[in-house]
Design a binder for this molecule. Structure first.
Ligand SMILES: *Cc1c(COP(=O)(O)O)cnc(C)c1O
Length: 482
């Protein structure tokens, strides 16, 4: 199947080449030329690995042996073999995406990406080593490091904003072992780190380097495609629970940063899954809320640090893919909009596009105070412990229901374990904040009885192996020196 950039319809790449390259040569994102026909009803009869295999085979047909790749990625690596369980909590269903090796939803995709990438390397006859460059707002970094550590033929370099991730997130990354891994802090925020990575791609275009670059961010279609599975899985869980009948539409509320997760939900809908409304939940960095409500995307505002750092983003890369789909694949229009964003920091989509987006997406935001109140409320009423990202989605889902009166079943995507953000969660439920992050985890466990995930408990005492901090202007030379 052919892929091309969101910004021009030539040149094309097959799906293996698209995964290998990460970003298209013109700086756009790879998209399939058309959404393939898909037997979504049959997909719903499969288990999580079967769903994953069916969806990935449809979206990335040039990568062979998908069943084996899926099995290698997931078997025995998650807390449960159904990978992403759905639990009923009050009036909503919570889709738990954090039961993987690093306790963040990114594990679903980043367990799979190394398999896809190494298969794509073989398929394309890649001769050079691959250097994976990744900017992280906290969770992608660790999940990518865990996925790619000691994978032959691949090196990985992760940049995170200095002071812009939680203490637990930082500890997870700087203690990472593996011969092929590098982690470095960048003075700046996530957008600086993400722009820096995109600039490195541009600067290396056409240069003869000892490695080829690729990306583990959701700009890579190989990172995005594995996320489609859990929308099907949650739907199947609701069917099994008797909460819906086949064909009933289901709403999904997604805590959103780079717009990858929610875009995967839209891809699930395009593949046929009966998705109702996709609700885009932001934190106080509410650039997407404004965009979906007004049609104007305006990043000219300060990036705020919040208790949900993985959503502290002003430039949501995957929105470009939505613009592409919603414009009827108008690459010239998308190119213009992205140029305006780079040049002026703002763009407005045509009214008809805004209307089309509004039919599929609803948006709201939730500041730290409101998220803390949601953590406390869900804990007190439902005895369910949410992390701050999930809590933001929960609160926005409640706003959606009360403002629209739409009572169709609601799935709230839960993207991280509360133990990745122990300070925020502890203070939300009225616990005392003392000691370091590990003391706080222990205190939270004692208070709630919710067990600390093993991968987080065992971080304590591990040596810090990656302590460098650089300026954003130094990122290119840093990578060239690896
Ligand atoms: C990455 C992340 C998000 C945002 O997902 P996007 O695909 O970037 O929109 C939300 N919550 C958590 C915990 C994350 O790690």
């Amino acid at each position: 199947m052919l892929y091309h950039s969101t910004r021009s319809s030539t040149p094309t790449a097959d799906s293996a080449q698209a995964v290998l390259a990460g970003l298209a040569p013109d700086g756009g994102l790879y998209m399939p030329e058309f959404i393939p026909g898909f037997d979504w009803r049959h997909c719903l009869t499969l288990d999580a690995q079967g769903m994953s295999c069916a969806i990935l085979s449809a979206l990335l047909p040039d990568i062979p042996n998908m069943k084996e790749l899926v099995s290698r990625a997931y078997t025995g690596r998650f807390q449960t073999e159904d990978l992403t369980p759905t639990v009923a909590v009050g009036n909503f269903s919570v889709l738990e995406l954090f039961r993987g090796p690093t306790s963040a939803f990114k594990d679903v995709a980043l367990s799979m990406l190394p398999q896809l990438l190494t298969a794509a390397m073989k398929q394309c006859g890649a001769e050079k080593e691959i250097m994976i460059l990744t900017a992280t707002s906290g969770d992608t970094g660790k999940a990518a490091l865990a996925g790619f550590a000691d994978v032959p033929g691949v090196k990985i370099c992760v940049f995170y904003p200095d002071g812009g991730v939680s203490r637990v997130q930082r500890t997870q990354m700087v203690t990472q072992e593996g011969e092929n891994v590098t982690v470095c802090a960048v003075r700046g925020n996530f957008d600086d780190a993400q722009t820096g990575v995109k600039n490195i791609f541009a600067a290396c275009q056409g240069r003869d380097l000892p490695f080829d670059l690729s990306s583990a961010n959701s700009i890579n279609i190989g990172r995005l495609a594995p996320q489609v599975m859990y929308y099907f899985k949650a739907y199947r869980d609701l069917l099994d629970a008797g909460s819906i009948r086949p064909g009933d539409p289901v709403n999904y509320c997604v805590p959103t940063g780079n717009f990858g997760d929610i875009l995967a939900g839209y891809l699930a809908k395009l593949l046929g899954l009966p998705v109702g409304m996709l609700i885009c939940a932001s934190n106080a960095n509410n650039v997407l809320t404004d965009f979906i409500r007004t049609g104007t995307y305006d990043r000219r505002r300060p990036l705020l640090k919040t208790t949900s750092p993985s959503m502290d983003i002003l430039v949501s890369s995957n929105l470009e893919r939505l613009l592409y789909l919603m414009s009827g694949c108008d690459t010239a229009l998308v190119g213009h909009l992205m140029e305006a964003l780079n040049r002026d920091g703002v763009y407005t989509v045509p009214q008809w596009m805004r209307t089309a987006i509004g039919k599929e997406f609803w948006a709201g935001f939730c500041d730290d105070e409101k998220a803390a109140a949601a953590i406390a409320r869900v804990w007190e009423k439902q005895h369910y412990l949410c992390d701050p990202h999930t809590a933001a989605a929960w609160a926005v889902a409640e706003d959606y229901v009360s403002q629209t009166g739409d009572t169709r079943p609601m799935v709230v995507l839960s993207t991280a374990s509360p133990y990745k953000f122990p300070a925020a969660v502890l203070s939300a439920i009225g616990g005392e904040l003392s000691g370091n992050e590990f003391d706080q985890m222990a205190h939270l466990e004692a208070l709630t009885g919710v067990p600390i995930p093993k991968n987080l408990a065992t971080l304590q005492g591990k040596p810090e192996r990656h302590t460098g901090v650089i300026e954003k202007e130094e990122m290119l030379n840093f990578v060239l020196g690896l």
